[in-house]
Every structure is written in C-alpha cells, then in structure tokens.
Design a protein around this ligand. Structure first.
Ligand code: GTP
Length: 376
C-alpha cells in the first residue's frame, strides 16, 4: 500500500503510509545488532529500512542509522554526572531520550513515505529496555502511531540445552504479555546450529521431554531434578504461547531466512491492523483524555490559586461501626492523637557520655564562632 486517496473524487484526502516498526529485542549477544545490520541491507519497494539505534553504550553502529541515541545523549557524561555504573547509565540515558521520543515518532511517521519498514535496535541488556519506564514509553508511543511488531532474537547455539531454551522462551512469553503486540521469534545463527530442534520442541512436547531427560543423564541437570521438573511444568504452561507463535530461523551472517522473516513481518503487521490497532487507539484516546484533565486542573489551579480541587481520599469506605479516621495512622502531632495536648512528644535521647564528648570535640574543631574573624 502506498500513499492513496479516498474513493470520493470531491474529497481527495491523502492517506499517509506508516512504516511497520520492528523493535528488536533479545538477550545480550543473541545477535540483535548483526540482525539489524542484515535487515539494513534489504531493499524493499526501492528503499532500505529506516534505522534507529537505541543502544547508547555501543562503540560503533555497523549500519547507517537514521537516528542514533548517541547523537542526542552522551552516555559517558550521564554516568559521570549522575555517578552511575554502566547499566544505570544506559537506563538514565534511555530515560532522557524517551522524553524526546514524540519527535522521533514524528520522524518515523514521515519516513513512511519512503521506507516500508523501520527497525529499532535496542541495548544489549534486555531488561534495561523491557522492564524500564523508557522502554514502555518507546514501545507504547510507536504502537499507538504505527503498526509495531516485537522481534525477539534468540541464539540457537546457546539454546541447545532444554533448560536454557525454556528460560529464553519464558522471557519471550513475558515480553509478549507485557507489550501486547504481534510477536516474532527469530532463531539466529542457523549457520552454526540449525533451528529445527527448537521448532520440534515447540511443536512436540514429548520431544522436549525426551531432550530434557537426555540432558539430565549427561549434564546432571534436567531429568528428575528440581530444575528439570520445573522446566517440564513450564513447557506445559507455554503450550498456549507456542500455538500461535510466529518463528523462523535466520543467519545474520549469511542472510539465510531473511525473506521468510519479512513474510512473517507482513503477516504480523496485518495482525496489528486487524486485532491490535483498535486497542491501541482506544488506549491513546484514554491517555489524551487523562492528560487533558490534568492540564485543565493545572490551568484552574494557576488561574485561581484559592480554589481547592476535589482531593481523592486514600480510603473512603470502612465497615459499619468504624470511622475512616480509624484507618489512617496517627501522628503524635495530630489533633486526634492520643497525646492529649496534641503536641509532639520528644523522644528520650539516650546519649552516651563518650558520644557527647566526641560531638563537642567535633564542634570545637570545625565550627567557627560567629565573630571569629569573619569580616564580611
Ligand atoms: N555465526 C554467527 N554468528 C553471529 C550471527 N549473528 C551474530 N553473530 C555473532 O554473535 C556475536 C554477538 O552479535 P551482536 O550482533 O553483537 O549481538 P547483540 O545481541 O547485538 O549484542 P549486544 O547488543 O552486545 O547484546 C558477534 O560475535 C556476532 O558476530 C550469525 O548469524 N551467525
């Protein structure tokens, strides 16, 4: 679908095509950046995907990014200024960037004229994106503006152990339910290990069970051990997740499986239009409504500082025979306090003599008397 017009010849309204946004997620080292780079070389309808790098800590971006978080926020400076470590630095950088994400969404929407897809590469540490406020802002802003698909990149080489595979799938499942967006699992590095074992485990529970038992014999994990039993139960619980899951094997190095991947993306984008879009639009309308209410309250407060806006009580109903005031904790200074005077009772301070002496010594040493030569 390209830019099109309505059927009524008198009202020619241009419908702007929005790009399909692919949010690339996955465990550290799964191959997100290599996969993005591979997608970057794919020409669809005359142009490459629009590319966004959201990893502030990567040293170099091996594809021509249209938007790069590193151009907006200096990650090292954030670490220095806020006294943070590497992960805290990434979270704060993303938080700062997410405050500008509305502008990024505008650029992405405009890019739809030329680019069919928009690929968003995320930081190495998956939890930094998936379980952070900024990650939610980014995915919600995208999903309420454009068709958006989550692409979960899994390392087939590292997932050959049934327990690691299960952990990966649980993570994928948690992201699916958190984001409520169409979802594709990309099994990467098929040039090293073919992904057919993973597909079989997903389609056939018996096969997974067998693999788990074999792993138990050889690795002293799996089998009848606690983790083995847990993994078995989890596999059963994930059956519903597997049933509709879109997945494909790819090699970011050789490019194998990329065409199949794009077919899944188109199907997922269609799914977004049919099943998800309405919910997202409703959610966006609700958020706008809430924002409008808040802005109105702020305006009222600013224009009439004496007006007391209706305040919601924490609890406004209690069982018969009780008062709401019984529910709230009482401060010694409250009028209703059991302290009859209504004044705060000073706690007894049990200062040890040596503490008092040390404190006095500190005062004598460091605190100048008021008239001690300060002539200003
Ligand atoms: N053999 C093979 N290696 C791959 C493939 N994709 C990625 N790799 C290798 O896997 C390693 C990690 O790849 P990256 O693309 O940096 O992975 P990432 O998920 O972006 O890594 P972080 O962002 O640092 O978490 C690199 O050594 C890549 O060369 C693939 O399809 N086949």
């Amino acid at each position: 679908m390209s830019s099109s017009e309505t059927s009524d010849p008198d009202t020619v309204v241009e419908v702007i095509r929005k790009p399909v946004c692919l949010i690339i997620l996955g465990m550290a080292g799964a191959g997100k950046t290599s996969f993005t780079r591979r997608l970057a070389s794919k020409i669809v309808e005359g142009s490459r995907p629009y590319l966004i790098n959201l990893d502030p800590a990567c040293r170099e971006v091996p594809y021509p990014a249209n938007i790069d978080i590193r151009d907006t926020v200096d990650y090292k400076e954030v670490m220095k200024q806020y006294g943070l470590g590497p992960n805290g630095g990434i979270v704060t950088t993303l938080n700062l960037f997410s405050t500008k994400f509305g502008q990024v969404v505008n650029l992405i929407e405009k890019a739809g004229k030329k680019h069919k897809y928009c690929v968003i590469d995320t930081p190495g540490q998956i939890e930094v994106f998936t379980w952070s406020a900024s990650g939610t802002i980014v995915s919600e802003s995208l999903a309420s503006a454009c068709p958006t698909v989550i692409v979960y990149v899994m390392d087939t080489v590292r997932s050959v152990s049934p327990i690691t595979f299960m952990s990966n799938m649980l993570y994928a499942c948690s992201i699916l339910y958190k984001t409520r967006l169409p979802f594709i699992v990309v099994m990467n590095k098929t040039d090293v290990v073919d992904n057919s074992y993973a597909v079989e485990w997903m389609r056939d529970f018996e096969a997974f069970q067998e693999a788990l038992e074999t792993a138990g014999d050889s690795e002293s994990e799996g089998g009848t051990s606690y983790v083995g039993n847990l993994t078995r139960s989890m596999a059963l619980a994930l059956d519903a997740f597997y049933s509709d899951l879109k997945c494909c094997g790819v090699s970011s190095h050789t490019g194998a499986g990329i065409d199949e991947f794009f077919k899944l993306v188109d199907a997922a984008a269609e799914e977004y239009e049919k099943e998800y879009k309405q919910d997202w639009l409703k959610m966006r309308a609700q958020k706008l409504e809430e924002q409008k209410k808040k802005d109105e309250e702020k305006r009222l407060k600013r224009d009439n500082p004496n007006v007391v806006l209706e305040k919601k009580k924490l609890i406004d109903e209690v069982p018969v025979g009780r008062e709401t005031s019984d529910v709230y904790l009482k401060h010694p200074g409250n009028e209703s306090s059991s302290d009859e005077e209504g004044t705060e009772v000073k706690p007894d301070i049990d200062d040890k003599p040596q503490d008092v002496a040390m404190f006095q010594e500190f005062i004598n040493k460091h605190v100048k008397p008021n008239n001690s030569g300060n002539k200003t």
